[in-house]
Design a protein around this ligand. Structure first.
Ligand code: CO
Length: 161
């Protein structure tokens, strides 16, 4: 496994729509493992392939307190959602920036695992937020563009104190 460079704000790769994965090979497995390592190293709860410069529909999420339950998502799509939550959201590609983003409080996702096997996953609250955020990335949508507004520097200072 290896750490990959995280693409930052301003790189146009973050605004491109990703292509589906068609080959569930060793290369995909290495990508998934590198992405999980990179996400954990950066203390993130999610990372999408375009954030490491790969325009494929791949994402990893880990919202567990111990950071040891990685969810691997290949070709994920939201098939149901309900409710609403509003809260602060950040992104490893936008360090130090936070926005208030409305998301569904519950989502159901259909995806494939690293071997191409289809599965469904339900998430609420933080997991629902992470699923929406990462799937947005695969469509070239970053949280800043869907935020109600971005937090001010003062608000971020208060959040960190
Ligand atoms: Co992000």
């Amino acid at each position: 496994m290896a750490l990959r460079n995280i693409v930052k704000d301003g790189d146009e790769v973050l605004n491109k729509k990703c292509r589906p994965v068609v080959k569930f090979d060793k290369k995909l497995h290495v990508l998934l493992e590198d992405m999980a390592e990179t996400m954990h190293h950066a203390n993130g709860v999610g990372l999408a392939a375009p954030q490491v410069g790969i325009l494929r529909r791949v994402a990893v999420i880990d919202v567990s307190p111990e950071q040891n339950k990685v969810i691997e998502l290949v070709n994920p799509q939201i098939i149901a959602f309900s409710g609403e939550q509003e809260g602060n959201e950040g992104c490893l590609s936008f360090p130090g920036q936070w926005g208030i983003v409305k998301r569904p409080n519950y989502v159901k996702v259909r995806a494939q695992d690293r071997f191409g096997e289809e599965f469904e996953l339900e998430g609420k609250e933080l997991l629902a937020r992470a699923l929406c955020h990462e799937i947005d990335h695969l469509n070239g949508v970053v949280f800043k563009s869907v935020a109600e507004r971005m937090l001010t520097r003062k608000e971020i200072e208060q959040m960190n104190s």
